[in-house]
Design a protein around this ligand. Sequence first.
Ligand SMILES: *[C@@H]1O[C@H](CO)[C@@H](O)[C@H](O)[C@H]1NC(C)=O
Length: 327
Amino acid sequence: MNSLQYYSLFVSLFFHVAVSTAALNLQSIPFTKGFSPLFGEPNIIPSADDQSVQLHLNQYTGSGFKSSDLYSHGLFSAKIKLPSDYTAGIVVAFYTTNGDIFRKSHDELDFEFLGNIRGKAWRFQTNMYGNGSTNRGREERYFLPFDPSKQFHTYTILWTTQNIIFYIDDVPIREIVRNDAMGGDFPSKPMSLYATIWDASDWATSGGRYRANYKYAPFVTEFTDLVLHGCATDPLQEVIAPGCNAQLIASVTPRQKMAMKRFRSKYMYYSYCYDTFRYPLPPPECVIDPALRQRFKDTGRPKFDHKHQHHRFKKRSQINYGNQDDV
Ligand SMILES: *[C@@H]1O[C@H](CO)[C@@H](O)[C@H](O)[C@H]1NC(C)=O
């Protein structure tokens, strides 16, 4: 992963000696070496050289895989190509979770790609849950600045003890910096990496108005250059594999900060941090950008008298939760 040279990602070893990741060997892992089937096994199709895998969705089933190990912090990435043509109702998810082990107190970090009708831009969302904080969604939604079905692009989830960064190619698009007020909402238990394709006709595209159309099946998404970089950890023992005492530390350089700001001002169309009807007090990790706040006010929330506004838009924001705005 050449692009990581720009990430200013460091590993601090025994005495907190910072070493640039260029020195780290972030090799991709062969599919069957790092991953196991999750569901829809006949629709999981590894390449002959085991460096890539296709996930298919047809009228019978979607499909998905997960990393065989759980990781206590790490960098998870893949080059992904999304299904082309008519993809309304289709969701491709690339995420980390430990929900199958900690059912009531799970952690999760998501990229979720939400299909669209032909000719309309793909959209996606990112989200975070910690220690079962499922009643406190932290989603942000964005347009993709390119057609993700034409070429592979790299999607990265970086999770350290101090921060979480979502990247697309070289650009950090979202950073969550941990603070004490977040408590368990910041993911802390080992997680596996998952990738799935499935039919989410009920909500994915314009709140379910456009459903999956199996005339266009199979819907195919492809993953390559899969990277699992972290300490494989037994989640119940909390025992970290020997030789894995390196701790990931990541920071966003000033140049990357500018790129992130540009991406967010141009492509983000929803953030929980600016949804004052849902969260009158933004959750503690939110860093409010005055320009973004102004824009979200301007585009999404016209002013009425308080009572009326509250009633009307509370309903609206409840509808939006888990759904898609019409575009
Ligand atoms: C996580 O949640 C459990 C209850 O489900 C609670 O006992 C525990 O203290 C929480 N952990 C953190 C770090 O907040």
